[in-house]
Design a protein around this ligand. Structure first.
Ligand code: SAM
Length: 277
């Protein structure tokens, strides 16, 4: 267990970036955070970090990483950009034993077995791979204790959206089936260097001890793809791909004239259970 400490004497992040030539690369979704008040707020949203492991995807020059280390976290940071690794090693030297860096693609990492429990994921995600990463984590969600993630706002809104809201989608159903979703706060593009074109938001996902309904994830993926593929049609149309629509609706307590975008998460899960059983 590591007690939270105040930051050791670290060089300003802008200096680290200049010294290591870390000009931001669009292809890697690089938008860096320099404001320590903001990075501390993100780190604190994951709770007490002094036990277990924090996995950070995409530490970049280490702005958020500093805040995590300062909170006493043991951080495993996964970074694809080899240019950042030397800067992160310097940071690790200032917090002995608290930071390990894996150079590589987070999409190819099995994070479900990294480090000790409680296993938290805290990240300002690269937006081009954020939903891919989230879907991957949802597949092994019981391996994680909490996830505090920055997404582009449009994606964050999909995670907590309820029926009838514009963002209500496959991702809403799959995420809410497995996690409690708490939208925390929005972040203005000006907080990043360089600023992205869109707003961002930080969301906390807490895996449910049990999913809302016991159904194989493949069935939930298939049913949500089928229903939301034709989200504005009455569900009796897309349900034809899964069986007899009238039978499915009667068994699952669904009005066949409702549209997918109106159906509660639980109703969609009942369809998944029906077609998987
Ligand atoms: N955490 C830093 C911060 O808040 O200032 C940087 C966040 S920046 C939005 C995203 C980071 O993810 C970049 O450092 C980028 O190089 C890294 N990255 C992009 N794709 C990645 C991938 N597939 N696996 C691991 N890291 C990736």
């Amino acid at each position: 267990m590591t007690e939270p400490t105040s930051l050791p004497d670290l060089p300003p992040l802008r200096e680290v970036i200049a010294r290591h030539g870390l000009d931001a690369r669009k292809a890697l979704g690089q938008h860096f955070l320099f404001d320590l008040n903001l990075t501390r707020r993100i780190a604190r949203a994951a709770g007490d970090l002094t036990t277990g492991t924090v996995i950070e995807v995409g530490p970049g020059p280490g702005g958020l990483t500093r805040a995590l280390l300062e909170q006493g976290a043991h951080v495993i940071a996964i970074e694809k950009d080899s240019r950042c690794v030397a800067a992160l090693e310097e940071l690790g030297a200032a917090f002995p034993g608290q930071l390990s860096v894996i150079e590589g693609d987070a999409l190819k990492q099995d994070m479900a077995s990294l480090g000790e429990r409680p296993r938290r994921v805290v990240a300002n995600l690269p937006y081009n791979v954020s939903t891919g990463l989230l879907i991957q984590w949802l597949h092994t969600i019981q391996a994680f204790d909490v996830l505090v993630l920055m997404f582009q706002k449009e994606v964050a809104d999909r995670l907590w959206a309820r029926p009838g809201l514009r963002g209500y989608s496959r991702l809403s159903v799959i995420t809410q089936w497995l996690c409690e979703v708490k939208p925390l706060f929005d972040v203005n593009p000006r907080a990043f260097t360089p600023p992205p074109k869109v707003n961002s938001a930080v969301v906390r996902l807490t895996p449910r001890p049990e999913p809302l309904l016991d159904v194989p994830i493949g069935a939930v993926e298939r049913v949500t793809a089928t229903l939301f593929g034709q989200r504005r049609k009455m569900v009796r149309a897309p349900l034809k791909a899964l069986g007899d629509p009238e039978t499915i609706c009667a068994a699952c307590g669904i009005d066949p004239t409702h549209r997918a975008e109106q159906l509660p998460v639980e109703a969609i899960l009942r369809v998944a259970r029906h077609v998987s059983g």
